[in-house]
Write a protein that binds this ligand. Sequence first.
Ligand SMILES: [Zn+2]
Length: 230
Amino acid sequence: MNPSTTSITTTGTGLGAVTDGHTGWDCPTGASLIARVTGPGPGRLPAHHGCIYVCLDHRAQAEARIAAAGHTPDTDPAPHGHRWNPWPCGHITTYGTDGPQLAEVLTIPAEQTPADRIRNITARHLNATAGPWGTYDDGSGRIDVAAGMEHTGHGYRCRREIAQTIDGPTDNDPAHETWTEDQDLAQSARDAEFIAQARVDVPWLLEQLAAVTRQRDVLAEQLHAWEGRP
Ligand SMILES: [Zn+2]
């Protein structure tokens, strides 16, 4: 399929209709994730309207499109059977009578201005558990990330557990050499460090950005006034 075309095809009719399309982005990576399009259903359970098959790099874009279409994204790993023969990243499947319309909406890139994005990053930072976050390696092959972590010498105390890395991470990139357990653990430790430090790095970067933006605005105003002089 030419990824730049976003042809939409529907098979079946009514509630049983299945519509397939593509987001149009050009990605050689197979989809390791399924971003589900969920929304209010007829009963208590949310309805599943369709999904976008995505790689890790395109996850945010797929979720942004689902949100822009007025639905809630719900992303999970693709089923085990997809792992060695994955669907192409960007493949859209939708269900039911509204499927063709939804598939069409999902082919439209969700426009996000830099200001929107900064607002969203700020909201995510404010909504996350307060920092700082720390990391702890208990020797099990998994690294813990927790808020308000205090190492006790034989474990740790914390305000709230946040995450734990997985051991034996899936890496089906054929370009990668096979890693030893030690290499895997070292990479998990670096990933855990990135997650934990993001809790203080993101607000710090936002502050730097706000300061530089203020400076720029003041200078632009001064330049404007200077240029306007007779
Ligand atoms: Zn992708």
